[in-house]
Design a protein around this ligand. Sequence first.
Ligand code: P6P
Length: 336
Amino acid sequence: MATKNQTLGEFIIENQQDFAYSSGELSRLINSIRLAAKVVNHEVNKAGLVDIIGAFGETNIQGEEQQKLDVYADKTFIRTLTNREIVCGIASEENDDFITIEGCNKDNKNKYVVLIDPLDGSSNIDVNVSVGTIFSIYRRVTPVGSPVTIEDFLQPGNKQVASGYIIYGTSTMLVYTTGNGVNGFTLNPALGSWYLSHPDMKIPETGNIYSINEGNYVHFPQGVKDYIKYCQEEKENRPYTSRYIGSMVSDIHRNMIKGGIYIYPKSSKSESGKLRLLYECNPMAFIVEQAGGKATDGYSRIMDLNPSELHQRVPFFCGSTTMVEKAEEFMAKYEE
Ligand code: P6P
């Protein structure tokens, strides 16, 4: 039962039976994330003041210049997750390979792996637009006590035990699911506490907002071009409104509240699209599905895709069910 204005701590205690595994483990997992989120939030909120923005000078595996806050957020979440003795492996957008948490080789009981995009939308940092953290949590599939292997990370999204995002916006929110619905908590920075501001979040079944980078229009598959023209024609409740923040967490969070669809399709510039299956699409798909929405690659359910590599990209159609299904109708007219 979710009671508005409950603290996150009270909520976890009251609802830990919803977690399919040991209740204490969920508490420790979510507590490490909420602590790291507060630390990162503090730095994000003062980024413009202490000149820690701007390129760190190095480039990550994605070939993108690493903003200092990217690196800071990555290190903060890894350190906090490691300290809680609950996680035995971490994969991050900012690190080429997964990280084995020391101690997992011995007789240790850590059962969970976490995949994380520590600061999604980081190109927005310099222009003071909201950014986010995305996390995905699985139980390991290799024997407890042995070193984690890549198999522990390459699990389909339908095996996630929890996922969520933090949005560092006009207010800072933590939104997560453990497979029993979605709840949103807002940080009161003065107290350092998270309060249940959005209990049992449900995405509207339909909406009139579409989010896509139309600057890439000429490179899109024909089905996407046709859907964009459908959104823009004057008929029924159309034309829809176009909103694209350039930070997926913000676009999807808005659509969770108002209804809408977010699309990052494949294109002639990038055959599999831009977004990462394991630590961007799967966790957001889990959240949106738990809120009653839909998430596909234009043809198949995102959470049923079998991953083949840690940083693989997939096309992403995510949001209000009727809008995703309409987009899929246009995609179905053309070869996958
Ligand atoms: P583009 C941010 O880098 C991100 O991964 C998403 O958060 C965002 O929606 C998208 O990429 C923006 O990419 O190519 O439209 O600038």
